[in-house]
Design a binder for this molecule. Structure first.
Ligand SMILES: [Zn+2]
Length: 301
């Protein structure tokens, strides 16, 4: 369902948003709903976002239990191994531009990206807000390497990092531009910003429509390749944009699908997976679930 709202109609319908923060267009479309939020799309640049923006206390409530959403508790070693393979793929792209120095992983979760980066020779730092993630990362990397609150100016000196990574993070940010300004300040001149985030123009999004796995209340902004380049400019210059692949096992996929989809096919799908040999069920395949991979270089202010 696509409805174009005039400003007056938008006011009557209770929309909070007045315009697209990326391109300033005020023609907004109602695409559907995500839980109790409206999903809005900018008619010009295609940026999608939740309306109203979820309140901090509602987001804090979701993140207080977020550790469970990573599947580590349930699948432990299998999830860790999948994540490490995925991050090794991402960081091999980064290494084409910078292969050593200081690296900051925002939303470092249980620290798999930091582990792989450390093995590759980076001096690693992390930012995490989930208590279980903080506990695990401080144990692995030492308390001084982990910031356990949202990132702020002053957590690190200006021009400190060679690489900053945002894997599945940008879509969670309620005020993306000030956040990117902080990263810009902390990156060295010519430093690299790596971003992985859902892509609204991806095949997976087109195929699944409003049932796309990424539509959830903690994902506030949904970008595509063109509007994200516009968001980054002029402070960051895009070097690479490509499809992001994740290493996932079929068993893990079945557990995620079970958690998300409400119709009868899921039982059939998970039953089919149980018929496969153990090695295939637990073998990590490369999947694209509708995300894009972007490398940017720090530009001039
Ligand atoms: Zn726009």
């Amino acid at each position: 369902m696509d409805f174009l709202f005039t400003e007056k109609e938008r006011y009557k319908s209770g929309f909070m948003s007045q315009s697209c923060f990326v391109c300033k267009n005020d023609e907004l479309l109602l695409k559907g709903s995500v839980k109790s939020y409206s999903l809005i799309e900018c008619s010009r640049c295609g940026l999608q976002f939740l309306d109203p923006i979820p309140r901090k206390k509602d987001l804090d409530q979701i993140y207080s239990n977020y550790y469970k959403a990573w599947g580590i508790e349930q699948w432990g070693h299998e999830v860790s191994a999948m994540k490490r393979k995925t991050f090794r793929g991402y960081l091999s792209q980064v290494a084409k531009f910078i292969s050593c120095g200081k690296l900051l992983d925002i939303g470092c979760a249980t620290g798999e990206l930091m582990e792989v980066a450390q093995e590759m020779g980076f001096d690693v730092y992390g930012v995490e807000i989930s208590q279980e993630g903080i506990r695990r990362c401080k144990k692995k990397f030492g308390g001084k390497k982990i910031i356990d609150t949202e990132l702020e100016y002053g957590n690190f000196p200006p021009d400190f990092f060679d690489v900053i990574t945002l894997s599945d993070v940008l879509e969670h940010m309620p005020v993306p531009r000030p956040f990117l300004d902080i990263l810009w300040t902390m990156l060295k001149p010519d430093g690299i910003l790596m971003t992985v985030t859902p892509d609204t123009c991806s095949f997976a999004r087109r195929l699944m429509g409003m049932k796309w796995l990424h539509y959830k209340e903690e994902h506030i902004f949904y970008y595509n390749r063109s509007n994200i380049a516009r968001l980054f400019a002029p402070k960051f210059k895009v070097l690479t944009q490509k499809t992001a692949y994740k290493n996932l096992t079929l068993t893990y996929c079945a557990s995620v699908i079970n958690g998300y989809i409400d119709h009868g096919y899921k039982r059939f799908f998970t039953y089919l997976i149980t018929l496969l040999p153990f090695r295939i069920r637990h073998f990590p395949f490369l999947f694209n679930i509708g995300e894009m991979f972007i490398l940017c270089r720090k530009g001039k202010e």
